[in-house]
Design a protein around this ligand. Structure first.
Ligand code: HEC
Length: 280
């Protein structure tokens, strides 16, 4: 019995060692994101810019099947619309993103920004009258447009490699957001045929050509248009996409912990009270 256990333990250690050795990728360094700490939150400006980078660059190869355009305009979305009263004029004004105080949330069906984003995308879908596949402008209820109809077509266009769906990529990869940021900024500039050197990718060569270059996406808010900024923004967007309810979850966690602390204090006092005249 003991011998069998020892053998099993040795085998486990050996296989874990082998698994670690097999992944020769460089460990991503910590990038400071606003959502990192237990009380951290999303920087919605970064999520908005990150959507723009996804849409203008990554969406030509990567799908995001779990997202619909309407998600962008829900309460926790980057393009959530609020009506806020201007204190000087007394007028109600539209405000994209949750305002610091007050404001009335506008239902996503009435959100002209998200409607415009969806309408700007061409969706190939079944026409309900003819049954034929036809192109039409997107609606907010549509899923994010897929660049390829299926995996075979995606691989055929990418030298046999598959551009994975990015809906939950920050949860699906060891290192999460830090890994994505390191990967996007980690190209060395060397390539071998259609493979590009990137020390953060297992095996050091990736079939994805460096997707970002300085200035490829114009920003309207004056943020720098550098590879580092694009990479940080699109990673911020992908983290939001994978975990849109993070802020609410963290808030609930804090409330629950506070409650448990208070409860622990009360239980201690009750215990003292119950045993006050007993020697034990
Ligand atoms: C020209 C097509 C193309 C574009 C544009 C592109 N990718 Fe990729 N991407 C690929 C391919 C192909 C792979 C698979 C690479 C492989 O398996 O070697 C990939 C892989 C990935 C991976 C997965 C790496 C892993 O660990 O498996 C991530 C993350 C990624 N891309 C993010 C992005 C982001 C973010 C953008 C936009 C800034 C982007 N990609 C733009 C083609 C593309």
């Amino acid at each position: 019995m003991l011998r069998a256990l020892t053998l099993a333990a040795a085998l486990t250690v050996a296989s874990v060692g082998a698994a670690l050795a097999a992944s020769d990728a460089e460990h991503p360094h910590d990038h400071a994101f606003s959502f990192d700490s237990p009380v951290g939150s999303y920087d919605m400006g970064a999520v908005q810019r990150g959507y723009q980078v996804y849409q203008q660059v990554c969406a030509s190869c990567h799908s995001m099947d779990h997202l619909s355009y309407r998600h962008l305009g829900e309460r926790n979305g980057p393009f959530a619309l609020y009506m806020v009263r201007n204190h000087e004029t007394g007028e109600l004004e539209p405000h994209v993103g949750a305002p610091a105080h007050g404001g009335t949330f506008v239902d996503v069906t009435e959100n002209q920004y998200v409607r415009a984003i969806a309408a700007g995308v061409t969706i190939n879908a079944v026409d309900p009258n003819t049954g034929q596949l036809t192109d039409r402008p997107g609606r907010i209820s549509d899923r994010f447009r897929r660049p390829f109809p299926n995996e075979i077509a995606a691989r055929a266009s990418n030298g046999g490699a598959y551009p994975v769906d990015l809906s939950v990529i920050t949860s699906a990869r060891h290192g999460g957001a830090d890994y994505i940021y390191a990967l996007l900024t980690g190209y060395t500039g060397e390539s071998r045929g259609a493979l590009y050197e990137n020390p953060y990718f297992p095996g050091h060569y990736i079939a994805m050509p460096p997707p970002l270059a300085e200035g490829v996406v114009p920003y309207e808010d004056g943020s720098p248009t550098t590879v580092e900024q694009y990479a940080a923004d699109v990673t911020h967007f992908l983290q939001w996409a994978a975990d849109p309810h993070m802020e609410q979850r963290k808030r609930t966690g804090i409330v629950v912990l506070t409650f448990l602390l208070v409860l622990a204090g009360l239980m201690y006092l009750a215990y003292k009270q119950v045993w006050r005249n007993e020697s034990h």
